[in-house]
Ligand binder design. Structure first.
Ligand code: KIV
Length: 264
């Protein structure tokens, strides 16, 4: 199968074809997801919570993301593979380049980093040096201590305007993809319409170009708090492959996320 590239995602944005993405942390699930046609996989620093059992993503290191990326790469097949730059691994553009290089060597096709316009210099440096970048705005879990919890972002007019301007600035700096997490769906639509790069939502309503879920949420494995936006696709199907198919189908037809998974 031909590898999925950023050009495919851009083409899908233009044609309105909505795509589904999942996190993956090791070979077997990566293989299963890719074999069912998931076009984008993310080695998320959510592994700090889902795999390592921490109560945030902050303890995750670049070594750990690189280790999981090398396992996922072996199973990812044609999927475009994103890997997260973890907390404080991109505090300066130089650090970002060094750490991104490790993730690219481990098999990532693109790195993702959390934050707004302050990252523009880092994004252009990475892009100039052949590292494609995905931005991440809204509820950025590495900032949980600044936000005072996992809270919906961009709810008031000022915060919404700042988020939109951050998104435009990151695109201008060279970001090729954007993740929007936990923002009101009207704001997600504004950002999606304003950007030429594809926007992947999580807890951002059904009008973004794609959706991403943490695999543990999509398969009902998550212990403790279940996010409002998540859906257990395995509960409806009883089979992991069918669950992945159902997720892909519901994203494509726009029935997931439904209003009850979205913030108004
Ligand atoms: O770390 C992660 O899994 C993520 C997704 C929630 C987008 O960043």
């Amino acid at each position: 199968m031909k590898p999925v590239t950023i050009h495919d995602l851009r083409k899908w944005k233009l044609s309105g074809e909505k795509f589904a993405a999942l996190t993956a942390y090791e070979y077997s699930f990566a293989h299963l997801f890719a074999s069912q046609g998931i076009p984008v996989l993310l080695v998320g620093d959510s592994l700090g919570m889902t795999v390592q059992g921490h109560d945030s993503t902050l303890p995750v290191t670049t070594d750990e993301i690189a280790y999981h990326t090398s396992m996922v790469r072996k199973g990812a097949g044609a999927a475009l593979l994103l890997a997260d730059l973890p907390f404080m691994s991109y505090a300066t553009p130089v650090q970002a380049c060094e750490n991104a290089a490790r993730l690219m060597r481990a098999g990532a096709n693109m790195v993702k980093l959390e934050g707004g316009a302050w990252l523009c210099e880092t994004v252009s440096r990475l892009t100039e040096r052949a590292v494609p970048v995905c931005g991440h705005l809204g509820l950025t879990p590495q900032s949980v201590n600044v936000f005072g919890g996992y809270k919906v972002q961009g709810r008031d007019a000022q915060a919404a305007e700042t988020l939109l301007n951050d998104a435009l600035a990151l695109e201008k700096a060279g970001a090729q993809l954007m993740v929007l997490e936990c923002v009101p769906q009207a704001l997600a639509k504004r950002v999606t319409d304003a950007l030429t790069i594809p926007v992947i939502g999580i807890g951002a309503g059904h009008q973004t170009d794609g959706q991403i879920l943490v695999m543990h949420d999509a398969l009902g494995i998550t212990a403790g708090h279940i996010p409002k936006f998540s859906k257990n696709f395995l509960a409806e199907t009883g089979d992991i492959r069918e669950a992945v198919q159902l997720y892909i189908r519901q994203v494509a037809e726009g029935s997931y996320p439904a209003p009850e998974h979205s913030f108004q």
